[in-house]
Design a protein around this ligand. Structure first.
Ligand code: GLU
Length: 550
């Protein structure tokens, strides 16, 4: 039969059949409800939040069903590959502890899992086997359209407002006699392999997306390319079919942008008679921009890139928490009831994803993160900030190592109590909020006492340090003394009275503590002042105050 000759001509080395591969990749030995998910990034850029959310959902779905979560490197578009992207994706998964059960890392020669290779360029023979089968069946064909011809088809289609693609009369080579195709190939003509679509665009089919519910699509009638001419690698669509079939993926969680490919995937799975996996197309991730809401953008929004969170030093679990909160509408309520549970214990339901988009809000992340950091021990905060600074601020890392106990004492201020302080949202902020505690940074300082008369500041600080300050005081004694000073110098200690008629006073107790605070830290908001003064110690407190009073 001619088709056999054509198939042999194109794939002379392919001797296995689809059945052979199905035997090599048998059903996984898992319980019926186990979910098999995959994170399948293309190494064409750096990981953004639109990739992170599906990988997190994949991980949760697998973990909570005793399933499998595997990582597949979709590197068939070799021209778009970005150096370091694979390693970066892997490091993000590691940072967030979303470790895949099966994977293949070329650079370190590590691989785990029985369903590999997990790098698509290493699966060429498998794809060719499936394509050869289609050629034999007359369901795929070599197409000799040149780039120029395709460009001109596209141009005329968009000019005439027709659908773009190779279908109907544009599919010039779909009915080319097989002998002619053989001759052209023998003559060295360049070709791609296209699916011979059997769909009818005017017919509709129903499709159930787990996140978006039942939808209706027109059938695919485009003869999509399934193997590229240049490197003979498959296109994304075809690799998706082959890999998710052989790897027994049960749930495909991917970005909205793939929704429009459903008709193609539906046709491909039908053509082979394979069971389609379930699909979860995740909502667009949105952000507030002034009064409007728009899609988060890699170009405009630094927070779209996962590197942003690492550079700022957000604890990974806080980021996970924020993403889970927008991924499932009932997550927050669940979290309230289960404050200490691991996020994988939450029963994730794709149905509870918002089809209209998920609003990601940095303020909300900050709140979640503050809350998270407030519950850590001082040792954990210290380790977190040290790890962050080793990567991003080695000078601060040295300081932290030199003053370990002092740093932990700072982080411990109002920590071990029922309602701990929520000072820090991310680790880089800890330096911004505590630098003044280290003499190394407390040099060439500018103070802003502009809210007060400078002579008055000097006077108050002088009296305070000469007559009232003692390192040995308890917090209560310390505060009573500040109040005594206030009374003596006509600063209100009773805020109600002060608000009723401020003209009776020079200021209030808040002003007095602020003068002390600015002198010691340059800032007007800090953690508990008494605690800071205890950590600074009498000598440093006196020195710093004298700098102002002299
Ligand atoms: N390689 C595709 C991407 O990076 C994967 C989409 C999918 O999960 O199927 O967008």
């Amino acid at each position: 039969m001619n088709r056999e000759e054509l198939a042999e001509l194109i794939f002379p080395d392919i001797t296995k059949t689809i059945e052979d591969y199905e035997k090599l990749y048998p059903e996984r030995n898992l319980s019926e409800n186990a979910r098999i998910t995959r994170f399948a990034p293309s190494p064409t850029g750096f990981m953004h939040i639109g990739h992170f959310m599906p990988s997190l959902i994949d991980y949760v779905l697998a973990r909570q069903s005793n399933g499998v979560f595997f990582l597949r490197n979709e590197d068939t578009d070799t021209s778009r590959e970005v150096e370091g992207a694979v390693e970066y994706i892997r490091s993000v998964l590691k940072t967030y502890d979303l470790n895949p059960d099966e994977y293949e890392y070329r650079d370190t020669n590590e691989t785990k899992g029985e369903y590999g290779p997990y790098i698509q360029t290493e699966r060429k023979e498998i794809y060719h086997t499936f394509i050869k089968h289609l050629i034999l069946e007359g369901k795929a064909y070599p197409c000799f359209l040149t780039q120029e011809e395709m460009d001109s088809i596209r141009e005329s289609q968009s000019r005439d407002k027709r659908r773009i693609g190779i279908y109907g009369r544009y599919a010039k080579y779909r009915d080319l006699p097989v002998e002619e195709a053989i001759n052209r190939i023998k003559n060295g003509e360049i070709y791609t392999i296209r699916l011979k679509s059997s769909g009818d665009f005017n017919r509709k089919f129903k499709f159930n997306d787990l996140a978006n519910g039942e939808m209706e699509f027109p059938e695919n009638d485009i003869d999509i390319p399934i193997m590229k001419s240049k490197d003979r690698l498959p296109t994304y669509h075809f690799a998706h079919l082959v890999d998710d079939h052989l790897m027994h993926t049960t749930h495909v969680v991917r970005g909205q942008e793939w929704m429009s490919s459903i008709p193609i995937h539906y046709e491909l799975f039908k053509t082979f008679g394979f069971k389609m996996p379930k699909y979860v197309h995740i909502p667009l991730i949105l952000k507030k921009d002034g009064d409007s809401i728009r899609k988060i953008s890699k170009r405009l929004d630094p927070e779209a890139k996962m590197s942003y969170y690492e550079e700022k030093g957000y604890p990974p679990l806080a980021v996970i928490e924020a993403v889970m909160t927008i991924a499932n509408s009932n997550y927050e309520a669940w979290r309230e009831g289960h404050p200490d549970a691991h996020f994988t214990e939450f029963e994730f339901s794709p149905k509870k994803m918002s089809a209209s988009g998920a609003l990601f809000d940095l303020d909300k992340l900050d709140n979640i993160s503050k809350n998270y950091i407030s519950k850590l021990t001082k040792e954990e905060v210290y380790e977190g900030v040290l790890e962050w600074s080793k990567k991003y601020d080695s000078e601060f890392a040295n300081i932290l190592e030199k003053y370990k106990n002092k740093s932990m004492a700072i982080y411990n201020i109002e920590r071990e109590q029922k309602k701990p302080r929520k000072d820090y949202a991310y680790y880089s902020e800890i330096k911004e909020k505590t630098w003044y505690m280290y003499d190394e940074y407390f040099k060439d300082i500018e103070y802003d006492f502009s809210a007060y008369d400078r002579e008055e500041v000097k006077k108050i600080l002088n009296i305070y340090i000469q007559e009232y300050y003692s390192e040995l005081d308890t917090e209560e004694m310390w505060f009573n003394k500040i109040k005594e000073l206030c009374e003596k110098e006509n600063y209100a200690t009773n805020m109600k009275e002060y608000k009723e008629d401020s003209s009776k006073f020079k200021g209030s107790v808040v002003d007095v503590t602020n003068m002390i605070r600015i002198a010691l830290t340059t800032l007007t908001t800090t953690p508990n002042l008494y605690a800071l003064m205890q950590i600074l110690g009498a000598e440093r407190v006196k020195n710093r105050i004298q700098k102002i009073t002299q």
